[in-house]
Design a protein around this ligand. Structure first.
Ligand code: MLT
Ligand code: ZN
Length: 485
């Protein structure tokens, strides 16, 4: 047994009495003492932006929004909340799409809670050029970490359209995928270390640039994708990647989804490495064009595939040859990377869709085995015509990963569960997943049984109970609000 270290006595400890009732009035002065008066927001106008999610579909209530600056402050805030029996909803860049970043409305759940925002925790460390990694506080954006890495010729292995707002803590806690997933893997596979505050306020720290380190359970991997339900991530150590020395972006309008899949399959034998592979439809491209983006090809197709490819030698010619010999290509355009205008047409989908729907968009994020993708895509495209209420599907996504974002526009709110059931039925029948990269949040809780069997769900609950026995952290996310009380 090790001897006690001096810092042990300084560790915050939360020892609430049994059946203690929440004490908000007692808590707020303590929180002000920890983070400063200016960083405990209670004014409704000042809190509003933290209580509504990006989609506008989820609006919540909280007693306060608390904005710590350091891990130590997070630790003390969490310990105070645990002592006062106040729940904590953790928020990064608030770019999540499943309602996991905001608390529920008071009408749904009355227990007092605060929002703990990492908005002030934006430090990015100096890049470790030998260990090829960079540490960052949870609130650092993807864009800022990538900029730091880019200054010495490396890059972050994660990229996504919300890069200017999405944060280190957010992408790891949701195990984000994004557009580089096909080449670099998901957020979980990009982390070397993690620092997080546990539900009693103590700090868990695994921080090493070692790529081989098999001492016990892989706790950073467990926290990745746990959506803030097991601990509050405060810092992340990301591995960095060497970007390709040259890359080309092609967008082709194609006759069938199969044509996009065949192109991806044919790329390696053309000497090309796929850096990204995205699928769009004419409905989505037309919508995005209405919102000011350029159409990618002169001749439209029912589908479009965007490929970013790298390689050695003349990649532009290799890509042109690939497109010239592949079946089902209607038209194509090629531009050297970064080809921002071509990417903007793909990345503009989320915003154009949100702006064009008369009701908050039902956003579903599914994956199916690539072989099942053409059939599943066709079935999902028919969902709108099979409903007896307004429902306009726009599908797009990371085709190389079998991941399709199913956006259902104009759906009356009272029908959102019905249409979700319908979509998830198609996904289950095709052997797919109800959440490919956005997580469960509050939006998919009711459908967890479609994604995991009873033993699996029970194991997840056991882990949650072990790390957060009183259900203080991100209540309602993954497990439902009442599940652990
Ligand atoms: C994307 O791939 O653009 C994001 O996952 C956002 C979305 O699904 O709308
Ligand atoms: Zn996506």
């Amino acid at each position: 047994m090790r001897s006690p270290r001096p810092e042990d006595s300084d560790r915050p400890s939360a020892e609430p009495g049994p059946n203690r009732s929440p004490d908000v009035d007692g808590l707020l002065p303590s929180l002000r003492g920890i983070v400063g008066e200016a960083h405990v927001l209670t004014d409704p106008d000042a809190m509003a932006g933290f209580l509504t999610d990006w989609t506008g579909r989820y609006r919540g209530d909280a007693e306060a929004v608390v904005r710590p600056r350091t891990t130590d402050e997070v630790s003390r805030v969490v310990a105070e909340c645990a002592r006062s029996d106040i729940r904590i909803c953790v928020q990064g860049g608030n770019t999540g799409l499943v309602g996991g970043s905001v608390p529920p409305a008071r009408a749904e759940a009355a227990d007092p809670r605060i929002v703990l925002s990492t908005v002030r925790m934006t430090d990015v460390d100096e890049v470790d050029t030998i260990g090829r990694c960079v540490g960052a506080q949870a609130g650092a954006t993807v864009e800022s970490m990538d900029r730091h890495a880019g200054a010495i010729g490396l890059s972050l292995g994660i990229d996504l359209a919300s890069r200017e707002s999405a944060t280190a803590g957010g992408v790891v806690s949701t195990n984000a995928g994004g557009t580089r997933m096909i080449r670099r893997g998901n957020a979980r596979s990009q982390i070397l270390g993690i620092e997080a505050v546990l539900a009693d306020g103590s700090v868990l720290r695994r921080w090493t640039s070692l790529v081989k380190d098999n001492v016990g359970y892989d706790l950073p991997s467990l926290l990745a994708g746990s959506e803030g339900t097991l601990a509050v991530i405060t810092r992340v150590l990301f591995r960095l990647v060497v970007p390709p020395s040259a890359a080309t972006v092609a967008v082709a309008s194609v006759e069938r989804v199969e044509n996009a899949i065949d192109l991806i399959g044919a790329a390696p034998s053309a000497g090309l490495t796929i850096e990204a592979a995205e699928l769009m439809t004419e409905a989505g491209v037309a919508l995005v064009a209405d919102h000011g983006h350029r159409r990618p090809t002169a001749t439209p197709g029912p589908f479009y595939v965007l490929l970013e490819v790298s390689g050695t030698g003349d990649i532009e010619s290799a890509a042109a040859e690939l497109l010239g010999s592949a079946p089902g290509i209607v038209d194509a355009v090629l531009e050297p990377a970064p080809a921002r205008a071509l990417w903007a047409g793909r990345e503009g989908h989320t915003e154009a869709i949100a702006r064009s729907s008369s009701t908050p968009v039902v956003k579903l994020d599914i994956s199916v085995p690539i072989r099942a993708l053409p059939e599943a895509f066709a079935e999902l495209s028919r969902v709108g015509s099979e409903c007896d209420f307004p429902c306009r599907p726009i599908l797009f996504g990371h085709v190389g990963d079998g991941n399709i974002h199913v956006n259902l526009l104009d759906v009356p709110t009272e029908h959102s569960s019905t249409v979700t059931d319908h979509v998830f039925g198609i996904v289950a029948a095709n052997g797919g997943s109800i959440s490919a990269e956005h997580g469960i949040g509050r939006a998919k809780v009711a459908w967890m049984h479609l994604g995991r069997d009873p033993a699996d769900l029970a194991t997840m609950r056991a882990i949650k109970s072990a790390l957060d026995p009183r259900g203080l952290l991100n209540p309602g996310v993954i497990f439902g609000w009442r599940s652990l009380r």
